[in-house]
Design a protein. Structure first.
Length: 959
């Protein structure tokens, strides 16, 4: 799509600060990436002199992949990352000069909670550590301390504030007891904040807020370091500027002070500032022109997403935030203008609709039936529909209705992994293995899908246990001896109990999931629900492995204690999602930020739900410590209105605003005031009209042929991205591909893969340093190896130690020989995306070297040595050569596999004809993936397959 006038102004901006006000759907991401490409390609700016900051790793990754094609040979990538990743990189590089440990660890929120809990009685706490419930305020204190960091308030500043506040109250002629108590609490919190910060330093750990404040501190106390980075970053770009907090903006201003007239571009939209609960300050974007008086302004108002009627209604709504908006403060025009082409809904459908109903259940029924109606009349896919709510709990009636009508759906951006039925079942299995007297967990297993018993048998066993006052496990064993039923489950539990002190928790969990039969029905009946269950089990397994990586000696009992503490801390990770699948999407408006859907239903739009009530903070933050300029209007309502605006502007074709008269309370609900602010009139339906409306939808139920179940299509869509590993797996066995990549079935950890990953990461980092002449000693190589060593997946301690020593030996041999065997590196671990057969084939080339013969592609291998014939036929090298030519614009002369365990490099070549043939092969494979029903392909490889216990074709005797 051709760039519009204002997009070009932003992209080709000459110099100095620039504010880009980018409304919803105006192509801001494209503007940022095109700006970076322009700087590299046209202005010949060294990519290392460009800093681009955004808010999610996903956004940073997508931006980098778009910019990647512009990268010149022999240059590192731009500094394109999140604020926290940027600060982390600076701190680790400069740590020693600032007295910090460069190998510090970053704490997650639950790890912060655990750290405070473990040291709770070291803090000078009274009110905030009630002896009846000592952990009551831990989460609230973490939030409070995080807020202090967002405002860049040091422990010393907070202590000073607490002391001065107490002093003022003491001097007052009429001291108030309540005020004095508040000041005592401030003093208590201030001392705790100081102790907590000191404790983290002692233990060499930081939380995410620390990364920003310590980087600011570093720059202010080490002017030479600040000077170095100011000179390096000739151009700075900040995405989603409205989401920055005070400290992040302070970091930007420190790096790019206004008096230097810096090349600083900030891109954002004050009307989409919705993360106050994370510390975001809309005041930053509102005050940017004041802080940078020489800054120019470009406003993007051409919207490429939504229908004009939707945009007009959203604009009427957001104007109610005046005068606390850029449009008023800067005197600019922000009204969005639709540029979208004619859509398939140019029919009798209205662009904006209001759905009224009497109850939550009826609201869900009406919405789901409207989805069925639209899908039939307009040829929409399920994935074209989104149901947005203010809170996750508001989506539950819609989940039930979609289930009832057999419509495939998934919850996006939704937390609650530990609450999922399948994860609770797996957790119950672990608890029983650890403690046979845990009758509650055993009962859960006996009533789950893996139970070998009928309900009547379970009732009998439970009754006997209750009557005898004996553990359920004992009664189960007695019953099994009499009936011979349930023996497999008992054997599995007893077998894994014997391994508690020897095996890792992840190994026990993997065995329980795979050997209990839990996966079998999920695999056999293919549905969206079952596919998500498999993925949730995989996420739980990864969570266990993550715990193991942080513990020197992890066992099941300790992991279960850790899990209990996570639950106390309120930690509940995100559930699984399936990308590129045809399902109705349910999500909160916050989760929908940055997304778009043809049809959007905003639901539960009543006072108290949207906008929510302002419940305040668990520990109130004093206004005196807030450094941002506060708005003139009601801050909470303005934030909620912006959130409503974000929800509306997710819709491309149709937008439905829905509410019910009653959600179960004694009183009827009032429609959200935001609906009227859009200019839409809320219809008043009589009881007769409501009855006829409902009966009409019920009649439609019979006509629309809703699917009877959430069965997945037998033809899975070709994924938009395919790696060489996926192509190779499909070639080896389509069913293995399906189990691994389509269904995402958990796999046993492989020491072979872990060893290979360790060596690849070690050589990547070593040669990246080598590329820029930093440190290329053998000692450094072995240090990197130690740091990247993956300690898990081995069959025994002896095997692990032998393998680790083998790695050291081969790296020593590699260090001695690589200067002779390899050329000068141009790229190290170069990522690529190349279009083949309409699909993006992605990958990463270990190294691209310049040699006396030309350009050489090198791929490291940790497996057995191949012969020359096999290397000449190697498909991976051919795909890398295609990617080098077409994506990286490099003509490789030679292609090599470097076998690290043998310290041998074997080289081959490919002609243009060879590469064309390989492209045709890949196209054919991609087409086969698109139409495949994924049959098994039995071979000698089957005995090594992680999925053989599920495979209908696997036969032990044939192997």
């Amino acid at each position: 799509m051709e760039l519009n006038v204002n997009q070009k102004k932003a992209i080709y901006h000459e110099s100095g600060p620039l504010l880009v006000v980018a409304g919803a759907g105006t192509g801001k991401t494209r503007v940022i990436t095109e700006r970076i490409k322009f700087l590299i390609e046209e202005q010949k700016i060294n990519p290392q002199h460009i800093l681009a900051l955004t808010f999610t790793e996903k956004a940073a990754g997508e931006m980098l992949s778009r910019v990647d094609e512009s990268m010149p040979l022999g240059y590192e990538e731009p500094w394109l990352s999140t604020f926290h990743s940027f600060a982390d990189r600076i701190l680790r590089e400069e740590a020693l000069s600032f007295g910090l440990d460069p190998s510090y660890k970053i704490l997650t929120r639950p790890q912060e909670w655990l750290l405070i809990r473990e040291n709770l009685f070291k803090f000078e706490l009274d009110y905030y550590r009630p002896l009846g419930n000592p952990t009551k305020f831990i989460s609230a204190m973490i939030t409070y301390f995080s807020r202090l960091q967002d405002e860049n308030i040091s422990p010393e500043e907070f202590i000073k504030f607490a002391n001065e506040s107490a002093k003022l109250k003491t001097q007052s002629s009429k001291p108030q007891l309540k005020a004095q108590n508040e000041d005592n609490k401030y003093t208590e919190l201030a001392k705790t904040y100081k102790t907590y910060q000191d404790l983290k330093l002692q233990k060499s750990v930081f939380d995410f807020g620390d990364l920003i404040v310590w980087t600011i501190k570093l720059f202010k106390e080490r002017p030479q370091i600040l000077k170095k980075y100011r000179e390096q970053f000739e151009h700075i770009l900040v995405d989603e500027f409205q989401d920055t907090n005070f400290a992040q903006y302070e970091l930007i201003k420190t790096l790019a002070p206004a008096d230097k007239n810096p090349n600083l571009i900030v891109v954002g939209d004050d009307d989409q500032s919705i993360y106050k609960f994370r510390g975001a300050s809309v005041a930053n974007i509102l005050s940017f022109k004041k802080d940078y008086p020489k800054a120019e302004t470009v406003v993007l108002t051409e919207n490429y997403r939504s229908d004009e009627k939707i945009l007009d209604a959203a604009y009427k709504l957001i104007r109610h935030n005046d005068p606390d908006r850029l449009e008023v403060k800067l005197g600019i025009e922000k009204k969005l203008k639709a540029q979208s082409s004619k859509r398939k809904t140019e029919t009798q459908n209205a662009k904006l609709n209001i759905v009224t109903s009497s109850s939550a259940e009826e609201e869900a029924h009406l919405v789901v039936n409207e989805i069925l109606k639209l899908r039939k009349e307009n040829e929409y896919s399920w994935k074209d529909f989104a149901i947005l709510a203010r809170a996750n709990s508001h989506l539950e009636p819609f989940v039930l209705e979609l289930k009832k009508q057999g419509i495939p759906y998934q919850l996006l951006g939704n937390r609650g992994l530990f609450d999922q039925e399948e994860v609770r079942d797996a957790g119950a299995g672990l608890k029983v293995i650890a403690d046979l007297t845990d009758s509650a967990s055993l009962y859960r297993l006996l009533t789950s899908q893996i139970s070998p018993l009928e309900n009547s048998e379970v009732i009998k066993i439970v009754s006997n246990a209750r009557r005898k006052k004996s553990p359920l496990w004992e009664e189960l064993k007695l019953y099994q001896q009499e009936s011979k039923n349930g023996g497999n489950l008992i054997s599995l539990i007893e077998r894994e109990r014997e391994r508690i002190t020897k095996a890792l928790p992840s190994e026990i969990l993997f065995n329980f999931i795979t050997q209990s039969g839990y996966l079998k029905p999920l695999v056999e009946e293919e549905s969206t629900e079952n596919s998500l269950k498999i993925r949730n089990l995989n996420l739980f397994l990864q969570r266990v492995k993550s715990y193991e990586s942080e513990q020197s000696r992890a066992n099941l009992l300790e992991f279960l204690d850790f899990l209990k503490m996570l639950e106390e801390a309120g930690e509940n990770p995100a559930q699984a999602e399936i990308e590129d699948i045809d399902t109705v999407n349910l999500l909160t408006v916050h989760s929908a930020k940055g997304l778009e859907f043809p049809v959007v239903f905003m639901v539960n739009l009543v006072a108290g739900r949207f906008p929510t009530r302002n419940r305040g903070e668990a520990i109130e933050f004093p206004e005196e410590l807030v450094k941002e300029a506060l708005p003139e209007g009601d801050y909470h309502i303005e934030e909620e209105r912006r959130l409503f605006y974000v929800g509306m502007t997710r819709a491309k074709d149709l937008l439905y605003l829905s509410f019910a008269k009653n959600y179960g309370g004694a009183r009827d609900s009032r429609p959200s005031g935001f609906i009227e602010e859009t200019g839409l009139k809320i219809p008043e339906l009589t009881a007769k009209e409501k009855k006829s409306q409902l009966s009409l939808f019920q009649e439609n139920d019979l006509k629309l042929n809703a699917p009877s179940s959430q069965l997945l299509s037998t033809n899975y869509p070709i994924p938009p991205f395919l790696s060489y590993s996926q192509l190779e797996t499909f070639g080896n066995c389509p069913l293995q591909y399906k189990y691994r990549y389509v269904l995402g079935i958990p796999q046993k950890e492989s020491h072979v893969l872990n060893f290979g990953q360790t060596l690849h990461r070690t050589l990547r980092d070593f040669h990246k340093e080598d590329l820029f002449s930093k440190n290329t000693t053998l000692e450094r190589l072995l240090d990197l190896y130690e740091g990247h060593w993956i300690d898990t997946g081995f069959d025994s301690k002896e095997q692990k130690e032998m393998r680790k020593e083998q790695g050291r030996t081969l790296l020593k041999a590699y260090f001695e020989s690589f200067p002779k065997k390899l050329g000068s590196p141009i790229f190290i671990e170069k990522k690529f995306t190349v279009k083949i057969g309409g699909v993006d084939v992605i990958g990463s080339i270990d190294r691209i070297d310049k040699t006396t013969e030309g350009i050489e592609i090198v791929d490291y291998k940790t497996g057995s040595l191949k012969d020359q014939k096999e290397v000449d036929k190697n498909s991976q090298l051919a795909i890398y050569a295609i990617a080098a030519k077409e994506a990286l614009k490099i003509e490789p002369t030679t292609l090599s596999l470097y076998f690290l365990e043998h310290n041998e490099k074997l080289t081959t070549r490919r002609t243009d004809l060879d590469l064309e043939k390989k492209k045709e092969e890949v196209k054919k494979t991609i087409e086969e993936i698109g139409r495949s029903d994924f049959p098994a392909k039995p071979s000698m490889l089957c005995k090594y397959c992680d999925f053989k216990s599920l495979c209908p074709e696997y036969k032990v005797e044939s192997q």
